[in-house]
Ligand binder design. Structure first.
Ligand SMILES: *[C@@H]1O[C@H](CO)[C@@H](O)[C@H](O)[C@H]1NC(C)=O
Ligand SMILES: [Zn+2]
Length: 474
């Protein structure tokens, strides 16, 4: 038993020692050694710091001690209440300056802040709005009065409506409310997961009419890269369904057009910001689709990855896991690339659930069985020892999105997030933002703050930050 744990000589010696000391006052030197041993296992635990970095590390630790002893511990609050306080935090300000590497779990349709969507996009000419029976909104750019649709009977020119309402600030704020989950009263507005997810899906649909207007998509994507770049991020992988886009006269563009647009805008952005490295797309479909629809999407993704190898990273299935179809349900579709002798990388959302033991809870294992390159969320991973081992051995990183998990009500106090265990063990992990516009974040600094202060606690240090950023590049 002891022998099988002997990965390093030090560990062997330690274990033998451990066995020998049985009673009386524990040897303080032994205790120190154990503490150091344990600390070395955490994320960043073996990173060596230069003298200058050690100085910064002590400074960070002092700041963290202050924040932990403050009247309100911010990662314990709902992010919507904590956000203005986090903005004042010295740790947060340092994190904003830190090079954070790559943002690897961001959904394309929630990339850009809603302020920009409302203040910029809805002020463009030919923008129509319609209020649906379920108190949601739809937008449409059109060069003529749009026809009524099943969900929209009466379209109004936004410019005319705005002039008639007379309170542009109040009106714009109400529009923003339709496009984001952000609110000052999250506890009453979102009493449970079902309610928050319903609003979540509605906000996506409301934003779609704006973002899928072809000229807007270009600006939107460029703006999204600007927001990431100004938060010191050098690369992004976007989950995107590559929705069809439309022109003023109703002309429709296909997925290839959207991919080419992503490619062109990225090129232009890099020309304007030479320190930015690039963008890739993880083609995503919704788990509400049927097996045959997902099969068709997998086939198409194989072709698109072949045609655009520099911009298509792979494939994912998205949408709420709880109550949704499992990866195993789609097993026939997902084995298609192997059957065809084709390659298609998978980047599955898996284990974004706290329903332990349900079919959905097995998504983490199935994602690994299908050779996923990373695990989106992996919130459930900590209580699947075997899947956890596979993920660790295969270096399949968990994409940890702390604010998303809190806002979507998997956890309230981030000190109780299961990633505390993963981080203490140095499990491969990257930090990401999931749906920045819906949660009211930009870049990765807010999520880094929550991971560093809330989940990592006092023991997460500068080495932890270095390793997290380094992981995203690896
Ligand atoms: C909207 O954004 C575009 C592209 O980013 C920019 O050129 C334009 O000046 C903006 N307009 C307003 C009103 O802010
Ligand atoms: Zn996601």
């Amino acid at each position: 038993m002891v022998i099988s744990f002997c990965q390093a000589v030090v560990t062997c010696v330690l274990l033998v020692w451990f066995v020998r000391v049985t009673d009386g006052m524990p040897d303080p030197a032994h205790r120190d050694l154990l503490l150091r041993q344990e600390a070395s296992r955490q994320t960043g635990g073996t990173v060596t710091l230069t003298a200058a970095e050690q100085k910064l590390d002590s400074y960070l630790r002092r700041l963290k001690e202050q924040e932990m002893s403050a009247a309100q511990f911010l990662p314990a609050l709902h992010f919507f209440k904590a956000k203005p306080l986090i903005q004042k935090s010295s740790i947060f300000k340092l994190l904003q300056k830190m090079p954070k590497g790559a943002a690897l779990h961001v959904h394309g349709s929630s990339l850009v802040s809603v302020e920009w969507l409302v203040k910029n996009v809805t002020y463009r000419p030919n923008c129509y709005i319609c209020f649906t029976w379920d108190n949601s909104v739809r937008f449409l750019f059109s060069d003529r009065q749009p026809f009524p649709r099943w969900d929209c009977f009466y379209w109004q020119l936004l410019e005319t409506l705005r002039a008639r309402v007379g309170d542009p600030t109040g009106f714009d704020n109400s529009l923003m409310q339709h496009l984001t989950l952000f609110t000052e009263d999250p506890d009453n507005q979102y009493p449970n997961q079902d309610v928050v997810w319903e609003k979540f899906e509605k906000a996506f649909i409301a934003a779609a009419g704006l973002i899928t207007h072809a000229p807007v998509l270009r600006d939107y994507f460029y703006r999204g890269l600007e927001e990431l770049h100004s938060d010191n991020i050098m690369y992004v992988e976007l989950r995107s369904g590559l929705s069809r886009t439309y022109d003023l006269d109703g002309t429709i563009h296909d997925k290839v057009w959207t991919l080419k647009t992503f490619q062109e805008v990225t090129k232009k952005f890099i020309a304007d910001h030479p320190d930015f490295v690039g963008t890739r797309i993880i083609i995503s479909v919704h788990r509400a689709l049927s097996v045959s629809e997902v099969t068709a999407a997998v086939k198409e993704a194989i072709q698109l990855q072949r045609d655009f190898p520099d911009i298509v990273a792979g494939f994912d299935i998205v949408g709420r896991e709880d109550g949704g179809r499992t990866l195993w349900y789609f097993r026939k579709a997902l084995s298609l690339p192997a059957e065809l002798g084709a390659t298609l990388s998978y980047f599955f959302h898996a284990g974004e659930t706290d329903d332990e033991g349900t079919d959905v809870d097995q998504n983490v294992l199935d994602a690994l069985l299908f050779n996923t390159k990373r695990i989106g969320h992996g919130y459930a991973l900590a209580h699947h020892p075997l899947a956890k081992e596979l993920s660790r051995k295969g270096n399949v990183a968990v994409e940890l999105c702390p604010i998303s998990n809190q806002v979507l009500k998997l956890v309230s106090d981030l000190r109780n997030h299961p990633a505390t265990v993963l981080m203490a063990e140095g499990h491969p992990m990257v930090i990401s933002s999931d749906d920045p516009s819906l949660f009211g974040t930009t870049g990765l600094s807010y999520d880094f703050y929550q991971a560093f202060v809330g989940i990592g606690g006092l023991k997460a240090n500068l080495g932890t930050l270095k390793e997290l950023a380094g992981n995203s590049i690896k």
